[in-house]
Design a protein around this ligand. Structure first.
Ligand SMILES: *Cc1c(COP(=O)(O)O)cnc(C)c1O
Length: 391
């Protein structure tokens, strides 16, 4: 395996510090490397593999779609595309959907839609957007421009103009950043990469009110916290609010590369033919993945399962915080949780890996838990037993 990894490093641009593991296949909520070592997966391919690795209904739907056709262009309709769009619109409480290929692209499209909506309403001058410290919205230039972490942005400046960053969970700081030229506020209901920070109720509701008062778009980035991850279909649904635009990706296709943004019928009017597009977005294979994933969610009550298992995970992590000096606090919702340590999380993630447990970090000091949504309490216990040892 190490020889193959060395070969991979010969040919791959070193844009990631990968774990020294070459994966071979997955079964249930476990992954296996090419030497047969088994890993309990609490990373879920970064909050992607919602159904784990053995859902036969999912796999068969994709195999059937491969036989029918992997790609037709966006100049045609296809049944999987209709089903996926309807499913995502219904799940998010929206009317209309644009299918993209990734989270970053979903956010790019959302920014364009919000800007175009301002123009449609006669506010040509509105070119500013408010984002949050520690926000993560992707790596393409537009999405990166609204990403809060400076070290991701700075090497690539200048970014797109007009972006300001407010403090997360500080409504006054959002208020201060909104000007007469603002067209949108973009926010995660639970910040992911930034370190697993759930929004306070007053904060998210306050942003909703501010956006209404100023007639500007509230964009919720649900790419990580959406699709059942927090024990609701979308995380903003915990807060009793509805954004104007919602972006999604990661879990919505259970591993197929797919992203989307959804909005109301009125706002959707702002995009007309020629304004936005993508070659691959919504291709029948990706769309079939989305629609079968939504079907399985409904049939197996996945969201309810997450709500229950998530509470259990939270309780077990609270126990760890009580027992271990190095564990400072735990935060999160559902099966999206973080454990903040008093020191860097990276070395502990590596120790877990040696013991056959896949974890991820978020920020610098936070261990992130974003397992497949189908994990059971026994898997949580298996995970916390390893965590207990390594901490
Ligand atoms: C991962 C992520 C993105 C970027 O998605 P990609 O598919 O990597 O482009 C954007 N926003 C949030 C909240 C994410 O977690």
């Amino acid at each position: 395996m190490q020889k193959k990894i060395a070969e991979a490093e010969n040919y791959l641009i070193h844009s990631y510090n990968r774990y020294p593991v070459m994966l071979d296949h997955g079964e249930g909520v476990y992954l296996y490397d090419t030497e047969g070592k088994k890993y309990l997966d609490f990373g879920g391919g970064i909050a992607v593999c919602a159904l784990g690795y053995s859902d036969e209904t999912y796999k068969n739907a994709l195999k059937e779609q491969i036989d029918r056709g992997i790609h037709f262009s966006n100049y045609f309709y296809s049944e999987p595309l209709v089903k996926a769009a309807k499913g995502l619109a219904d799940a998010s409480g929206m009317d209309k959907v644009f299918m993209a290929n990734s989270g970053g692209e979903a956010n790019e499209g959302a920014l364009k839609l919000a800007r175009k909506y301002a123009i449609m309403k006669g506010h040509e001058e509105r070119h500013e957007i408010v984002s949050m410290d520690k926000a993560f919205h992707g790596r393409s230039m537009g999405a990166l421009s609204v990403t809060g972490t400076k070290k991701y942005r700075e090497p690539f400046e200048p970014m797109i103009g007009g972006v300001s960053f407010a403090r997360y969970n500080d409504l006054d700081s959002v208020k201060e950043k909104i000007t007469n030229n603002t067209y949108a506020v973009i926010v995660e209901a639970v910040q992911g990469e930034g370190g697993i920070y759930p929004a306070d109720r007053e904060f998210l509701q306050g942003i909703r009110t501010l956006c209404d008062e100023h007639d500007i778009m509230m964009i919720c980035d649900e790419i990580q916290c959406g699709m059942g991850r927090t024990g609701r279909m979308f995380a903003y649904q915990h807060y009793g609010i509805q954004p104007d635009i919602v972006t999604m990706a990661k879990g919505i296709g259970n591993g197929m590369t797919v992203g989307a943004f959804a909005t109301t019928a009125e706002i959707a009017e702002a995009l007309v033919p020629g304004d936005h597009g993508t070659t691959f977005g919504g291709n029948p294979l990706a769309a079939a993945a989305v629609s079968v994933t939504l079907d399985i969610f409904a049939k197996n009550n996945i969201v309810q399962h997450v709500a229950e298992t998530g509470v259990y995970l939270g309780e077990r992590l609270e126990e760890i915080v009580k027992a271990k000096k190095i564990a400072r606090e735990t935060r999160g919702l559902g099966l999206m949780r973080g454990l903040e340590l008093t020191e860097a999380a990276g070395p502990y993630v590596m120790k877990a890996l040696e013991k056959g447990l896949i974890l991820m970090s978020a920020g610098t000091n936070v261990i992130r838990f974003v397992p497949p949504l189908v994990i059971e309490k026994k898997h949580v216990d298996e995970m916390t037993a390893v965590l207990d040892k390594i901490l």
